[in-house]
Design a protein around this ligand. Sequence first.
Ligand SMILES: Nc1ncnc2c1ncn2[C@@H]1O[C@H](COP(=O)(O)OP(=O)(O)OP(=O)(O)O)[C@@H](O)[C@H]1O
Ligand SMILES: [Mg+2]
Length: 358
Amino acid sequence: MSVTNPVSALIQPLGEMPPESVVFGSTDAMHALRERLAKIAGANVPVLIQGESGTGKDIIARMIHVSSPWKTGPWVKVNCPAIPGTLLESELFGYEKGAFTGAYGSKPGRVEMAHRGTLFLDEISELDMALQSKLLQLLQDGQFCRIGAQEDKRVEVRVVCATNRKLEEEIINGTFRSDLFYRINVVNLHIPALRERSSDIPQLVSYFIEHYNRRFNGRAPMPSAELMKALMRYHWPGNIRELENLMKRYVILGSEDSISGDLRPHEPDLFSADIPVDGQVSLKKITRQAVRELERKIILKVLQHHHWNRKQAAKALNISYRALLYKIRDAGLPSNRTPRSGAHEDAQAAVNETAAAD
Ligand SMILES: Nc1ncnc2c1ncn2[C@@H]1O[C@H](COP(=O)(O)OP(=O)(O)OP(=O)(O)O)[C@@H](O)[C@H]1O
Ligand SMILES: [Mg+2]
């Protein structure tokens, strides 16, 4: 039996997207990705998008849809981890009346809703083995069966999957079917991490600042050269999502200090036992580094607790105000926080201490 076109109310909106020039930037890896996307968009083959969390897999999936011949058809996204395991099968494949307790009527699943459009399965590694088999059948012969139905249905659907996991490892662990992997991986698009395309950061920064200035009626200027350098050096574990959130905060709070403390270069965790011991290990050096790191963390915590009032923080830490200023500078913590309560107090404390020291 063939599926008729889905009702338009079931079609999900695509949402706002940044311009292509911003999405792809100017690095070689992103240009190669753009070319690959253009080549495969028109062919009805499954696509697997891989990349760390926050790299833009969702955006690339939507770009595939809008660049495809099915762009006027439905765009149906399924966020696999968001739907409890027991509901996922009926959500994906639908059910017939009486298929299980509570099935008072029949309901189409999202696979059917995506007929003549794109089905985007986000975080595909979350599908259990039984659902993986059903999906394999869909990809092999375009057929599936609603829960409780007597016969299969046929759909024409472009399947795009995404994951931030290494599916090859899941196959070795026995949690992902290798035959399904080969089916969904006909074309693979890998999105590089933001730290691998740091030359795109200035363009992304200016896009997000303009975007959020418009949204929040803000007037935040472009960051100083110094801040931009720090943004380009940072290792971005949360990728573009983290950059976007940071820029949103910058626009709302309106000062560089409100974000510069978050941009410390990545350092190995000196408190873990993972310190490499194959070469020479200088216990003295490691201990000194660990003490400095611990000191930095404590100072930051106390400063935050006292709303960056350095006089109160110095008192709480039982060190002099001058010693605290020195340590703040030494630890690379933001030094001159913009207008806040206590600024006047700080200035007065500095004057007093300088006078006392002279
Ligand atoms: N190239 C880009 N240009 C502009 N904004 C982007 C770009 N890539 C991602 N973003 C923005 O970053 C945020 C995260 O992107 P997205 O949701 O596509 O990442 P993801 O890889 O799907 O993450 P996750 O694995 O956590 O689901 C979104 O708000 C998106 O708009
Ligand atoms: Mg996503």
